[in-house]
Design a binder for this molecule. Structure first.
Ligand code: 3PG
Length: 207
């Protein structure tokens, strides 16, 4: 059975936001995260290796791979064809709404204000990324939005760490959080997969 975006968010609880600088890192990184209990992986298109990394990581047993940093319509179909099963964008525009519909790729669009939440909801999106979560007001902002806009569910991302993730996950309108803290650049460069698995285990334990 196909998982909905909400199913994926709820099953994840913590989604690592990944930027691959070296394509050789993709498979061992995905294996290390899955070994630590972190299975939903957001692979961003911030580097030239994003699509190839999605293709490689989607083949790793247990990994559920999405594409992150979608900013252009043309990227949707390419990411879907590479194996992404969901997409994340820092924002939302008419072109991105159209691309999501055409590609069939479930999209988690970014919002930062109540008006952006309303616009996204009007376009049919009920699962949203609060980005950048901490500069946007963090937990206080999420709790304040839950009153007037109770029917949207968030993945806050941006400025969250292992020390603050639990506070975000305790918000009633939060299904999962995203962050880059599980994939420190120095650990990737050193091929320190054991450290990545340890970070994943600590994040998975937040559940
Ligand atoms: C994102 O794109 O969601 C953020 O860059 C991740 O934010 P962080 O690096 O502060 O965790």
């Amino acid at each position: 059975m196909t998982m909905t975006l909400l199913d994926i968010m709820r099953s994840a609880r913590v989604i690592p936001v990944i930027a691959i600088d070296d394509p050789e890192h993709a498979v061992p990184l995905a294996r290390a995260l899955v070994a630590g209990g972190i299975c939903v992986l957001e692979v961003t298109l911030r580097t030239a290796h994003g699509l190839a990394a999605i293709r490689a990581m989607a083949a790793v047993a247990g990994a559920i791979v999405g594409v992150g940093t979608l900013t252009q319509a043309a990227e949707f179909a390419a990411a879907r064809d590479a194996g992404a099963v969901f997409g994340v964008s820092p924002g939302l525009t008419p072109a991105l709404i159209e691309a999501a519909r055409k590609s069939g790729l479930p999209l988690l669009p970014g919002v930062m204000t109540p008006s952006e939440v309303l616009a996204a909801r009007e376009a049919g999106f009920r699962e949203l990324k609060l980005f950048p979560a901490v500069p946007a007001g963090g937990v206080g902002m999420l709790n304040a939005i839950a009153g007037p806009l109770p029917d949207v569910t968030f993945c806050p991302t941006g400025g969250i760490s292992i020390d603050t993730a639990a506070q975000f996950l305790a918000c009633k309108n939060v299904a999962c959080v995203g962050g880059s803290w599980l994939t420190p650049k120095d650990a990737l460069q050193a091929g320190d997969w054991a450290r990545i698995t340890a970070l994943a285990k600590a994040a998975a334990a937040l559940r």
